[in-house]
Design a protein around this ligand. Structure first.
Ligand code: GRF
Length: 210
């Protein structure tokens, strides 16, 4: 099972996935390539350090969305990617891209969807005043963070939290959840019927909220 990981930034989730693979925790899952739309992304350095091939498709160079999608598909195709993992990839992917992978595209989001989609999940949760925040791994559809939910982890909001503090605690859970979901996918333990996703075995579905 070959994963292609798409990144735009620091890549702490990528690092968690790479570390899990190194420990043998992805089972038959393998990180085949890391692709960034941002040439200077720290995530690319993390991939190189782990000896994983990298690709760059710069959205500032490839401006047309359909052409950008095609370029992503071509770059991932070079590495025989079966599943696509969006790990802090800050672009929407279109129908052509999703079709090319038969819907085998997943994303991680720093909020308990369907609450607080978009760019600033943790900030929105804080501003809204929720007491329980969290993170979600979901299938990707053409919307913004709207695809079927695979797994979630809850994170308590503490008195006095600012965005950075809450985001940091959410990321701790992201780094646990994402590798666990990828392991379940690699094992073939994730199935989907409409919006309902079934996972057999353990996948850290909930989380600690105290
Ligand atoms: C994560 O918080 C993820 O939920 C969101 O983007 C952030 C990426 O962080 N989609 P990193 O690059 O993995 O550190």
């Amino acid at each position: 099972m070959r994963f292609g990981v798409l990144v735009s930034g620091s890549g702490s989730n990528l690092q968690a996935i790479l570390d899990a693979e190194k420990r043998g925790e992805l089972g038959p899952g393998k990180i085949a390539v890391v692709l960034s739309n941002v040439p200077s992304a720290l995530a690319l350095e993390r991939a190189a350090r782990a000896g994983v091939p990298t690709e760059i498709v710069d959205h500032k160079v490839v401006r047309d969305r359909a052409v950008f999608d095609q370029a992503l598909v071509a770059a991932l195709g070079k590495h025989d990617v079966d599943w696509v993992v969006l790990a802090g990839f800050m672009r929407l992917v279109g129908a052509g891209f999703l079709q090319a992978f038969g819907g085998r595209v997943v994303n991680i989001h720093p909020a308990l969807l369907p609450a607080f989609p978009g760019m600033h999940g943790a900030r929105q949760a804080l501003e809204y005043g929720v007491r329980i925040a969290g993170c979600t791994v979901h299938f990707v559809d053409e919307g913004c963070d709207t695809g079927p939910i695979i797994a979630q982890r809850a994170v308590a909001v503490h008195e006095g939290d600012d965005e950075a503090a809450l985001q940091a605690r959410i990321q701790v859970e992201e780094h646990r959840l994402f590798p666990a979901v990828l392991r379940a996918i690699a094992d073939g333990r994730v199935s989907r019927q409409g919006r309902r996703v079934a996972i057999t075995g353990d996948v850290l579905r909930f989380g600690h909220v105290d």
